[in-house]
Write a protein that binds this ligand. Structure first.
Ligand SMILES: NC(=O)c1ccc[n+]([C@@H]2O[C@H](COP(=O)([O-])OP(=O)(O)OC[C@H]3O[C@@H](n4cnc5c(N)ncnc54)[C@H](O)[C@@H]3O)[C@@H](O)[C@H]2O)c1
Length: 380
């Protein structure tokens, strides 16, 4: 390790914690040339910021992200704030010549995202978006199996992303974490928050989606807005389902809701090809289901691969075979790939332009649902 990388992270909520942990652990588990330096943590909530900085060992604090970005001692800006702040922060960070790591989704919508991509492309600095589920070993193994041609031509892609935390009408909207229920802050509901992950995964596996036909629903029409203490209309999509045609001819179905009682964070995919299939469920995240149609008929069947051998993606960096990894590690894996890319100059993670393609897909889904018609997806 020769090069120090001074990190400035904005937002000490859920993702701020997950990413702080990643910066703390990266050099302990991955041999990369860059050494992570937790230089500055920023949050507009000064009280929360102080406690967070002490707990995680950040060297300094700022309550104004503009001040942090203006500092010469910050190399990488990591954006872990609500979606309506991504545009201004990314453009300022790009103009200041910083490396950028941005939480998903890219932006409120594609219109909001286009100038962000222009700014990072103008700066020429490495940038990435934390679509961390790509770095679950079982998902990365599915990608390898598909790329090796083991399932052959793909006919079907099937994805679900289900939660249940808004099922009670008493859940308010607005404020920490619950800004997701307010379209002015989140951009959209499950489409941008959850299906963006599913779309990113699908397009990583089998290529771009060409067109979509969607339906959305908002089941609970009014909720108390935190801070205003009165009921206000709910403006997000609570649930969304859409049909997709991929450019390579495959057909897809995608479904997401926060009203699937009992499902806390179920994120699934199944890909069916001419020679086999792969299937994954985040609720059993270390397992990949694989069906090989070329097996002899007498023993042909779905096999469950426990992805905790050192031969599986990322696993040689962790524990001995049989000891699994979880949520925190997928983010460390993501950071490891990005930093290896900084070492070698190669792009290793979805960048902001890739995330703009996903954003265009999300926009098309919402437009299709509104117009009750098929919608062609624009390209970045
Ligand atoms: N990759 C994933 O799986 C994943 C999971 C959760 C969240 N996210 C994304 O991460 C981002 C943050 O989500 P979260 O769940 O951590 O939110 P959160 O509400 O838990 O935390 C957001 C933090 O940002 C701070 N903040 C808000 N506005 C600010 C500003 N202008 N300047 C400085 N600080 C500000 C808040 O005080 C809060 O501490 C969102 O874009 C979200 O979509 C991604």
């Amino acid at each position: 390790m020769t090069k120090k990388l001074n990190v400035g992270l904005i937002g000490c909520g859920f993702m701020g914690k997950v990413h702080s942990n990643a910066y703390l652990k990266l050099n302990k588990f991955f041999d990369v040339e860059h050494e992570m330096v937790m230089k500055c943590i920023c949050d507009s909530n000064a009280e929360k910021l102080k406690t967070f900085a002490e707990k995680w060992g950040w060297e300094s604090t700022e309550t104004d992200w503009r001040k942090m970005i203006a500092r010469d001692d910050i190399d990488l800006v990591d954006v872990c704030t609500p979606n309506n702040t991504h545009h201004d922060i990314v453009i300022a960070a790009a103009q200041a010549g910083k490396i950028i790591a941005l939480e998903k989704p890219l932006s409120m919508d594609a219109e909001d995202g286009v100038p962000m991509v222009e700014a990072v492309e103008k700066s020429g600095k490495p940038n990435m978006v934390w679509f961390n589920y790509r770095r679950v070993p079982a998902a990365a193994l599915a990608k390898q199996i598909i790329d090796e041609g083991r399932i052959g031509r793909v006919f079907h892609y099937r994805a679900k992303y289900l939660q249940d935390y808004t099922i009670s009408p008493d859940v308010p909207q607005g404020g920490d974490a619950l800004w997701r229920l307010d379209a002015k802050v989140a951009g959209s509901g499950v489409t941008g928050d959850l299906l963006a992950h599913s779309i990113d995964m699908a397009t990583w596996f089998i290529g771009p989606i060409e067109s979509v036909c969607a339906m959305t629903e908002t089941f609970i029409k009014e909720r108390v807005m935190q801070g205003k203490d009165k009921k206000m209309p709910v403006t997000i999509d609570d649930a969304c389902a859409f049909l997709a045609r991929f450019e390579n001819g495959a057909l897809g179905t995608f479904e997401s809701t926060r009203y699937a009682c009992g499902r806390k964070n179920q994120n699934t995919f199944e890909v069916n090809g001419e020679k086999g299939s792969v299937a994954f469920d985040l609720e059993t995240a270390h397992e990949l289901e694989y069906f090989d149609h070329s097996d002899p008929v007498s023993v042909r069947g779905w096999r469950t691969i426990q992805t905790w051998d050192s031969k599986h993606p990322y696993m040689k960096n962790w524990w001995v075979p049989g000891c699994g990894i979880g949520y925190e590690h997928w983010h460390i894996n993501t950071l490891a790939d990005f930093v290896k890319g900084l070492d070698t100059g190669e792009k290793t993670c979805p960048d902001l332009k890739d995330a703009l393609a996903t954003q265009y897909a999300c926009d098309a889904v919402l437009t299709s649902a509104k117009n009750k018609a098929w919608e062609t997806i624009k390209k970045p």
